[in-house]
Design a protein. Sequence first.
Lengths: 320, 252
Amino acid sequence: MIDVQNLTKQYAGRTAVDGIRFQVEPGEIVGFLGPNGAGKTTTMRILSGFMPATSGKAMVAGFDVFRHSLEVRRAVGYMPEMAPLYVDMKVKEYLRFRAELKGMGGHSMRRRVGEVMELCGLTDVRRRLIDNLSKGFRQRVALADALVHDPKLLILDEPTNGLDPVQIRQVRELLRELRTRHTVLLSTHILHEVEVTCDRVIMLNHGRILADDSPRNLASRLNTSTVVRVEVETKDEKAPLKLEGIQGVRKCTEEAVEGGAWRHFMLRVEPGFDVREAVQALATAEAWRVRELHRELPNLEDVFVELASSAEVMKGGRLS
Amino acid sequence: MRGFWVMLKKELRMFFVSPVAYVVLALVMVLNGFAFRAALSILESAPSEGSIVTWTFQPQWFWLSYFFVFPLLTMRTFAEERRLGTFETLFTAPVRAWQVVAGKFVATLIIYALLWAPSFFNFRVAHWISAGQVEIPAGTMGGSYIILLAMGMFNLAMGIFASSLTRNQIVAAILSFTLSLCHFLLGVFVMVIGRKLSDSVVDVVAYFASAEHIRIFTSGLIDTRPLIYYSSLTLLFLSFTLQVVEFRRWKP
């Protein structure tokens, strides 16, 4: 659906996107993840035909985004950041205008506008002025606009920006419903967001791709120490030492916990080890009662910080 | 072409939803009324060469409304899209830039033409009330409305160009006003100096002297030179606007 090769975008004196390449297959939900200024919006604007790249090639639905801009725009539903709308139009009026602008007309257009309003939960506010709508509703109007011509590809720039947790969940559920009919490329700087919604994450920083993989693979690929939490009932003073004796445990710290004999330990584990079974075996041997045994997997936030900082180191190394 | 019609429809609709339409219409009607009354008193006091139409479109009342109309009609066109951010949604929809520019231009031109409709009724009513004593010669009527339309096209194109340069409507309005006024004053100013210089200079200046064009056309003389002048300038400013709107698509 999307094929990007060596895409570069330079503004006066600044490189926003620096030779990125990636593919998106039909039916995927792919998340762009990165801090502000990483090049997410720029890449999306290029893909939606709003502006050209400085160099490199981008194909969307089989069309070159620069040479066949109109065909690309027909195939793409784009929702810009901050959901810009005509504030002195009514919801239904706006969506009809957008549908007509995108080449629809007559009865099928009216029916489709009704459908997307239903899908995005706008039916009750269809006669309201957009100016009087809350941020959440405006975001949904923009999403309905992106959907109205039933595009093959949806490009959503920060679709959950500024929404409350309930609305974020609604958008997330909506995206999951849409996946059967559309390919989705969305951007966010909320890590949890992509973890829950996306099949694949493309991490961007300073206009370069840091990683391109599924959230689960990214987390497990991460080469950092993991943490195992253990809560046992014992009066053994040597318990921390015994736990530290397990192969792979780097350090054991005891955390204060209320409730008499129950004690809580936090084990830092070398990369590549899973010590849970050994802990269980030790507890059985020592006749400790176990109430918690849990391994914390690194989340995307850790992955991102790790990758971003290692990229900085590489960059620094090259400079010196 | 579909994009053009959709844009035209939207622009017209949005204009009549906003209060700007009615403020402008009221302003033009008031000033037109003054101009019309002033023309009547001229005709009352002494026998005159010109008709009521000639005198209505020449006094300062007319020029007052003339300069205010264009900024008010055009300041929203592109500045508003930029301010709201809808510039981005507009140009990621499958429409060509020229369709957007042409749609906005034709919409403002239609509204502008509607502004002069009441003045037409003024003349008809005066003719009817006075039982034909107030003459409205077909030539002066035709000439007046043709030159008003031609000048309107040019000034609206200039206003839309000004609006495409900024995201601030006020800046767009001031720029549009300044451009229109400069063009007008250039005609008047050089005309005054020109009399002291030579006839050939006056001939050249006559090409862009709006006041002179109005005088010629309202007396029933339809000259093609000003019409070509205003049409070509209209196209020039519309193509400038197109370039500004398409600027982001230029390869750096």
